[in-house]
Design a protein around this ligand. Structure first.
Ligand SMILES: Nc1ncnc2c1ncn2[C@@H]1O[C@H](COP(=O)(O)OP(=O)(O)OP(=O)(O)O)[C@@H](O)[C@H]1O
Length: 320
């Protein structure tokens, strides 16, 4: 039995097709990531899994229960942390926790063991209103509330969005501990660095699954050598020159650098011995100073960009 089993799910909001024929299977105990930009359909999938929304087509089963008809059973065994802060801002930390425990006919004391590590940094603020907590603390409290009934499956919708880097790091450590206890976790994130922390990820774009695999396999599948290019001055003119270069296959901004792949024929056609030397000569003639070119190990973000570029959609950001 799969902890999460989605088959051919589709959901539209009027003319907007939010989820399109999505099929995913997550075995018990897996830490699975839904990775995609805003609007990719992550929240819609979570709301279907949490029995808050019915799909137009397809089936969704969580912990062995179909979301059609299995609402009560699913809510008993699922912990759901919505993307937006979902606690009561006027209740204190302790009151929020008690409230969620009471909803599930349990007590904080009965399940304290599961939340202890997450709750301890919050304990000194137990009488503070939840609305007055910092972003990282709000997110810890929301996770405690999602865990208070000892769920088998945790659904976490962008839990680290807008949270500082240290809190994000801590949050992922906690997810590792929860996974070690056998809890199945589906977590969405727009941050590609977080994708690498999942056992498997689904890359989503415009409601569709582009690929499901381990982060390592996604990176290894990158089809051609990839380079980072930088030069003095701003990135924009460098990107423009690289886009105009005849042997360029894909190019896009990546932080302070450009990430570039060359057409396979570029090596064969090189006039100065190597494709790299040809490129450096071209950039120097185009007026770029102190150009640095180095080979890269592709990240998941590069793989994502590659998959988007391979699609016929007009939105493909890798187009030259
Ligand atoms: N209630 C709604 N009515 C109309 N359109 C909606 C509604 N909810 C979502 N959408 C649209 O459906 C698409 C998928 O949205 P969804 O919220 O599932 O994506 P997401 O990946 O979670 O993105 P975000 O992080 O921005 O919430 C988007 O185009 C969004 O604008």
């Amino acid at each position: 039995m799969f902890a999460i089993d989605l088959q051919h799910l589709s959901k539209s909001y009027g003319p907007v097709q939010a989820v399109q024929d999505v099929s995913l299977r997550v075995p018990p105990g897996e830490l699975f990531g839904l990775i995609g930009p805003d609007g990719a359909g992550k929240t819609t999938l979570f709301r279907i899994m949490a029995t808050l929304l019915l799909p137009d087509a397809g089936t969704a089963a969580v912990a062995g229960h179909d979301t059609r008809g299995g609402m009560r059973a699913i809510r008993e065994v699922v912990g759901y942390m919505p993307g937006r802060f979902s606690l009561y801002p006027d209740l204190t930390v302790a009151e929020n926790l008690d409230f969620f425990a009471a909803l599930f006919r349990t007590t904080v004391r009965a399940n304290y063991e599961l939340i202890r590590d997450i709750y301890e940094p919050l304990a000194p603020f137990r009488d503070r209103r939840a609305g007055a907590l910092s972003g990282g603390m709000k997110q810890k409290l929301a996770l405690c509330c999602a865990l208070i009934h000892k769920p088998e499956v945790l659904l976490l919708d962008e839990p680290t969005t807008g949270v500082d880097a240290v809190s994000r790091q801590e949050f992922w450590q906690v997810l590792g501990q929860l996974k070690a206890r056998g809890i199945t976790i589906m977590v969405s994130t727009p941050y590609m660095d977080e994708a690498a922390r999942c056992e498997r990820v689904a890359l989503l774009q415009e409601g569709q699954v582009l690929r499901v695999d381990t982060p390592a396999a996604l990176q290894a599948a990158y089809p051609v050598p990839l380079y980072a290019v930088r030069a003095t001055g701003s990135l924009y003119p460098l990107l423009q020159s690289l886009r105009a270069y005849p042997a360029t296959r894909t190019v896009y901004a990546f932080g302070e650098e450009a990430h570039l792949s060359l057409l396979p024929a570029a090596t064969a056609a090189a006039t100065t011995g190597t494709a790299e030397a040809d490129l450096l000569g071209y950039l120097a003639r185009a007026g770029h100073a102190q150009v640095q070119l180095r080979g890269l190990t592709p990240t998941i973000e590069d793989t994502f960009m590659e998959l988007l570029g391979a699609r016929p959609a007009a939105t493909a950001p890798t187009a030259r």
